[in-house]
Design a protein around this ligand. Structure first.
Ligand SMILES: [Zn+2]
Ligand SMILES: [Zn+2]
Length: 734
C-alpha cells in the first residue's frame, strides 16, 4: 500500500478568508511553515505560503490538488513573523493570503529565489581588452560593451534595460565569448568607518534614554513626548546604540514623507553598521535585498516607512516609531492596518521595548499613557539655547488679505528678507484656486464624477479634481448662463506663489507641494536649495511640516488655519492642531528665535489659545473631554464597513442587508450598530458610496461581532454587486 499523501495548508493571495489544502508526495522532504510553494488555483497558478501540515482535510482527498513546486527549502517567513502576520489577518479581518502577500517583496511574490544581492554584470579582463571599434558589424554588442566599460562596478538588469531593450540576448553573446561575468552586488551601503560623536544630552534626554535602557529585556511602550526641536532623535540614537552593542537589531519607522535623505544620513553618520532602508521608492531587486539583509541580521538597523513593520528581523531588540501620530502609518486601502499599532503588538510578542515619539502624540497614545499602559517620557524644552517661537493670531475679520496674504504677514516677510532670514508659508491646498465660478449666475465648475468642485491649475491650464484626478480644459463660457464672467475663488499654493513674486520681486521663492515635486529628485533639490540658503521664501503644503529642519527659517505663516476647524470628521481638530504645531516647530532653531503668525477668522477658538501657549497637554485635555462626551476613540472602538457602486442604490442595499446581519450576530449590548448612511462625499470617481459604523466600548466585544458578521457578509448576494471593505480602527469616517 502506498504511503498516505501529505496535506499542507496553504495561504494564497486571493480575497478569500482562510487557507486551502494541497497535497504533496510523502517521499518529498517535509515543507516547513513559512516556505513558498507554487500551486494551482482555479485556472491559474499562484505562489502561496505554507502555514502548516494537517492530518486530514474537510475535502475528500481526491478533490485536493497537488503542490506543483516547492520554492524554498528554508522558510522565507520565520515562525515568529508568521504568527505576527496571522494576528494581523485576524485583527484586521483580512484574508491571510493577502496579508502574507503584502509582507513579501514583489520578487518573492512572483516566485523568485530568496537570494540577497542584486545580480550585476561587468567586463572580464578579456572583455576590457576588446577593441569596441572592431565590433562594427555587431552594433548591439558594441553598444553594450561600451556601456559596461563605462561602469566598472557593473550594471544590473534595470540599468542594462536602459542601455538596450534587447540587452539579454546581447549579453548572452558577450558571455559566451568570455567578455562579461556576473556577480552579486550587496544592496547595503558601506558602513561608515568614522561615526560621528554623539552630542552631550540634556538632563531630560538623559533620563528618557535611561528609562528606555532600563527596560531592554521586556515589553514596554514608551511615549516620548518632546516639543519640536527637543532632540527626540538623539534619544532614539542613544537607545539604539545600546541595543546594537548587545548584538541585537533595531527597527525604526518613519512617516512616508519623512524618510528624506537627511534622516537616512543622520543614522548613517552615527553608526558603524550597515542600514537596510525599506520604502516605496525602491526597485524590486533593491527591496528584496534590503528585506533579506534585515532577515539575516546583516543589517543591524532597519529603517523604513509603514510596511517595514512587516519586515522580517531575526533578532529584534527595539522598535522606534517616529512621529507616531502621523496619518501615513495607516494604510487606506487593501490591508487597512496601522503600522504603529502593529509595531506595538510586535514589540509585545517579542518582549522588547518600543518607543513612540512625537511632539503631538495621537490622543490614543496619550490616553494609554495617562491610563498607565504606556510610560510617558517628556522632553519639555528645546535643546541648546533655542526657545519656542512666539505665536501671534491675525484676526482676518479685520485684516483684508490680498491674495491670501494679510498686511502684517507681508511686513513680517519683508523684515526677514532684510535680515537675510527665511520665511515659511503654509497652505494646505495645492493648485491655483479651489473654485472656478461664474460671477453672473453662481455656477461652480463641478467634477462630473464626484460631489466636488474642480481646482484651477493655472500653470497646467487645467481644471483638476483632487478627489478622482479627472482633468479638463478650463471652461471659458458658463454652461449655465453663457456668461464669460468666470473667476477663480480662493487661494492655493500656486496662486500664493504668484502673489509672493508680485509683492517681493527680488525674493527667491520655492514652492513645495505635490505638483512642484513630481519629478524624481525634485523635492531633494528644492530642500537642498533651502538648506544652502538659495531660497528666501518657502510656500508649501503639509509636505513642509514633517521631518525637516530649516535652521534659518525664523517666520512661519499659517495662511488658512481654519481649514479643518469645523471639519466633518471627529479627528479634524486633532489633525489641525498637530499640523499647525508641527509646521510652527520649523521656526527658530539654534540661536535664532522664531515667530509664528496664524491667519484665522475664528481667533476665539480654544484650539488657537492652546497653540499660542504651545500647550499640547491643554489641547489634549480639551479634545479628550470632547471625545469622551461624544463616545469616539480613544473612548470607543470603531469598525467602518464601506461600500461603493456605480449603481446609485446598490451600496445602500448591501449595507441594509449587512445591518440586519450585524444586529442578528450582536450578542452584546455594548456594541452599537448604526444604520447605513451615505458617505460625506457620496459620489466619488463615478461611484456612489455609503458606510455603516460599528462602535463598541470594549475592543473584544467589537471583534466578537466582526468575525461571524464578516463570514456572513462574504456570502451576501447584495455584496456581489458592490465593492466593499471593512476598516478596523478607521483613521477617518469618510
Ligand atoms: Zn453663469
Ligand atoms: Zn472627481
Amino acid at each position: 500500500m502506498a504511503a498516505p499523501l501529505r496535506i499542507y495548508q496553504v495561504a494564497v493571495p486571493a480575497p478569500l478568508y482562510g487557507f486551502f489544502d494541497y497535497l504533496a508526495s510523502p517521499q518529498a522532504p517535509a515543507i516547513l511553515p513559512g516556505a513558498r510553494v507554487r500551486v494551482p488555483f482555479g485556472k491559474r497558478e499562484m505562489v502561496g505560503v505554507v502555514l502548516g501540515e494537517a492530518d486530514k482535510s474537510i475535502l475528500a482527498l481526491n478533490r485536493l490538488k497537488q503542490i506543483l513546486q516547492v520554492l524554498d527549502s528554508e522558510p522565507v517567513l520565520s515562525a515568529n513573523l508568521l504568527q505576527l502576520l496571522t494576528w494581523v489577518a485576524e485583527y484586521y479581518h483580512h484574508p491571510i493570503g493577502e496579508v502574507l502577500h503584502a509582507a513579501l517583496p514583489t520578487l518573492l511574490r512572483q516566485g523568485r529565489a530568496a537570494e540577497a544581492g542584486v545580480a550585476v554584470w561587468s567586463l572580464t579582463p578579456a572583455g576590457r581588452a576588446v577593441e569596441a571599434n572592431g565590433l562594427s558589424r555587431a552594433p548591439a554588442q558594441k553598444h553594450l560593451l561600451e556601456a559596461l566599460s563605462a561602469a566598472p562596478e557593473g550594471l544590473d538588469a534595470e540599468q542594462l534595460a536602459q542601455v538596450s531593450a534587447r540587452w539579454s540576448a546581447t549579453l548572452k553573446a558577450l558571455h559566451t565569448k568570455g567578455w562579461v561575468s556576473a556577480h552579486t552586488r550587496d544592496c547595503l551601503q558601506a558602513a561608515n568607518a568614522t561615526p560621528s560623536q554623539p552630542p552631550e544630552l540634556n538632563p531630560a534626554q538623559r533620563s528618557a534614554v535611561e528609562a528606555i535602557l532600563s527596560g531592554l529585556d521586556g515589553f514596554r511602550t514608551f511615549l516620548l513626548h518632546g516639543v519640536t526641536g527637543s532632540g527626540k532623535t538623539e534619544v532614539y540614537l542613544a537607545a539604539i546604540d545600546k541595543v546594537l552593542a548587545q548584538g541585537r537589531q533595531a527597527l525604526v519607522l518613519v512617516p512616508e514623507i519623512g524618510l528624506t535623505p537627511q534622516v537616512i544620513s543622520r543614522f548613517q553618520q552615527r553608526f558603524r553598521v550597515p542600514i537596510a532602508v525599506l520604502h516605496s521608492g525602491l526597485s524590486d531587486p533593491e527591496r528584496l535585498c534590503a528585506w533579506l539583509m534585515a532577515r539575516d541580521g546583516k543589517a543591524p538597523i532597519v529603517l523604513g516607512t509603514r510596511s517595514a513593520v512587516l519586515a522580517p528581523i531575526s533578532n529584534l531588540g527595539l522598535i522606534v516609531v517616529d512621529e507616531e501620530h502621523d496619518g501615513s502609518y495607516k494604510q487606506q486601502d487593501g490591508l487597512r492596518y496601522s503600522a504603529r499599532d502593529v509595531a506595538v503588538m510586535r514589540a509585545a510578542r517579542d518582549k522588547i521595548p518600543i518607543v513612540l515619539g512625537s511632539a503631538t502624540p495621537s490622543l490614543e497614545s496619550l490616553k494609554n499613557a495617562r491610563d498607565g499602559a504606556y510610560t510617558l517620557l517628556d522632553l519639555p524644552d528645546r535643546t541648546g539655547s533655542a526657545i519656542m517661537p512666539q505665536v501671534r493670531l491675525l484676526d482676518m475679520r479685520r485684516l483684508k488679505p490680498s491674495e491670501g496674504l494679510s498686511l502684517p504677514l507681508r511686513e513680517a516677510v519683508t523684515a526677514r528678507l532684510e535680515r537675510g532670514e527665511q520665511s515659511l508659508l503654509f497652505l494646505n491646498r495645492r493648485g491655483f484656486a479651489p473654485v472656478w465660478m461664474c460671477y453672473d449666475c453662481g455656477w461652480l465648475a463641478p467634477c462630473r464624477r464626484c460631489d466636488a468642485q474642480l481646482t484651477l491649475h493655472q500653470h497646467r491650464q487645467k481644471l483638476i479634481c483632487h478627489h478622482c484626478g479627472a482633468e479638463q480644459e478650463i471652461v471659458k463660457t458658463c454652461p449655465s448662463c453663457q456668461s464669460q464672467n468666470l473667476h477663480p475663488i480662493g487661494e492655493g499654493t500656486e496662486r500664493v506663489e504668484g502673489a509672493l513674486q508680485k509683492f517681493f520681486p527680488k525674493a527667491r521663492i520655492e514652492r513645495i507641494d505635490r505638483d512642484s515635486t513630481r519629478g524624481k529628485g525634485m523635492l531633494e533639490e528644492k530642500l537642498r536649495r533651502v538648506h544652502e540658503g538659495e531660497a528666501d521664501i518657502l510656500i508649501g503644503t503639509q509636505m513642509l511640516s514633517k521631518g525637516h529642519d530649516f535652521p534659518n527659517v525664523t517666520l512661519v505663516g499659517i495662511l488658512n488655519a481654519d481649514q479643518g476647524l469645523y471639519g466633518v470628521d471627529f479627528r479634524s481638530g486633532e489633525r489641525l492642531f498637530q499640523t499647525i504645531l508641527q509646521v510652527s516647530g520649523r521656526a527658530g532653531r539654534a540661536d535664532k528665535p522664531g515667530e509664528v503668525l496664524i491667519q484665522t477668522w475664528h481667533p476665539e477658538h480654544a484650539l488657537f489659545a492652546a497653540l499660542q501657549r504651545h500647550d499640547f497637554t491643554g489641547f489634549a485635555d480639551y479634545a479628550l473631554t470632547e471625545r469622551r462626551d461624544t463616545g469616539f476613540p480613544p473612548f470607543s472602538f470603531l469598525a467602518l464597513l464601506r461600500a461603493e457602486s456605480p449603481q446609485p442604490q446598490a451600496a445602500q442595499q448591501f449595507l441594509a442587508a449587512a445591518h440586519a446581519a450585524a444586529l442578528k450576530h450582536r450578542s452584546d449590548q455594548s456594541v452599537q450598530v448604526f444604520a447605513p448612511v451615505p458617505a460625506p462625499m457620496e459620489r466619488r470617481a463615478g461611484r456612489f458610496r455609503a458606510q455603516l459604523l460599528v462602535q463598541a466600548s470594549k475592543r473584544a466585544a467589537l471583534h466578537r461581532l466582526l468575525g461571524p458578521w464578516l463570514a456572513e457578509l462574504t456570502g451576501l448576494k447584495a455584496g456581489k454587486r458592490v465593492r466593499w471593505s471593512l476598516d478596523v480602527d478607521p483613521a477617518d469616517l469618510y
